[in-house]
Ligand binder design. Structure first.
Ligand code: 6GU
Length: 234
């Protein structure tokens, strides 16, 4: 799967994505993460890409032409057909279901804004999806793009070592994940729950499900309601 990020801060994306699981997935050729610097498409001799907002107001607005040229160049590199995701607090809120939907694409272009936003006219022409990562305001779209790339890339077959774990963790079936333990069996006088040492597979599954429900009830009652609706239990 190919990711391409249009940004004023390409080094942020490059450095943030080259470690750990994403870095290894790139080395293995399972994903690629490329960047286009919007500033390279400035039409101004000082390489400026922003200007004052028409109608006045605080801050600067990114100009249409450099953003357009950067996105078109990125799309071209991916065969001309990719969805273009604009990262904005005004977008649809990102969740696991959206990650699964985007993971079915072969190419994705991310557009990161800065300043007070981007000239609306270019957004109308190039953006296919506007996405937010939650109800708070960040200084730019780079961190949200990295959050989305991480969530999508780990769904690409082979990126995680264990193929099952993407299915059974938090948010599958709208439940949070059960608690995990590893050796030693006693630590700071705390024992690992006995059932996990029993080797009794069915009982372990049952215990884990109970713990998932317990946790979800405590921290995310909204999710538990969804879970109950979908599994027809009360
Ligand atoms: Cl996608 N961008 C910015 N600037 N702030 C955000 C966001 C995106 N999602 C939540 N806050």
């Amino acid at each position: 799967m190919e990711f391409h990020v249009c940004t004023l801060f390409p080094e942020m994306i490059e450095q943030g994505c080259q470690t750990s699981i994403l870095g290894r997935a790139m080395d293995k050729g399972l994903i690629s993460i490329d960047t286009t610097n919007i500033r390279d498409f400035s039409t101004n001799k000082h390489m400026k890409v922003d200007d004052y907002p028409y109608g006045g107001g605080a801050g600067m607005v990114m100009q249409a032409e450099p953003v357009y040229a950067a996105c078109e160049s990125a799309k071209q590199k991916m065969g001309g057909q990719a969805r273009v995701i604009y990262l904005t607090p005004q977008g649809r809120v990102f969740d696991q279901k959206m990650a699964e939907e985007f993971a079915r694409e072969d190419h994705l272009v991310f557009l990161c804004g800065h300043y007070e936003g981007i000239d609306e006219r270019v957004l109308e022409e190039v953006v296919t999806d506007s996405v937010s990562i939650g109800d708070y305001v960040l200084t730019g779209g780079e961190l949200p793009a990295m959050v989305m790339i991480d969530a999508i890339a780990r769904l690409v077959p082979g990126v995680l070592n264990n193929d099952v774990s993407a299915d059974i963790e938090s948010f599958h079936d709208d439940l949070l994940e059960y608690p995990q333990y590893t050796r030693p069996a006693v630590w700071h006088d705390k024992e690992v729950p006995q059932v996990l040492l029993s080797g009794h597979h069915a009982r372990i599954e049952e215990w884990r499900y109970e713990k998932s429900v317990e946790r979800t009830a405590k921290w995310r009652p909204d999710l538990l309601e969804k879970h109950k609706k979908n599994t027809c239990i009360q």
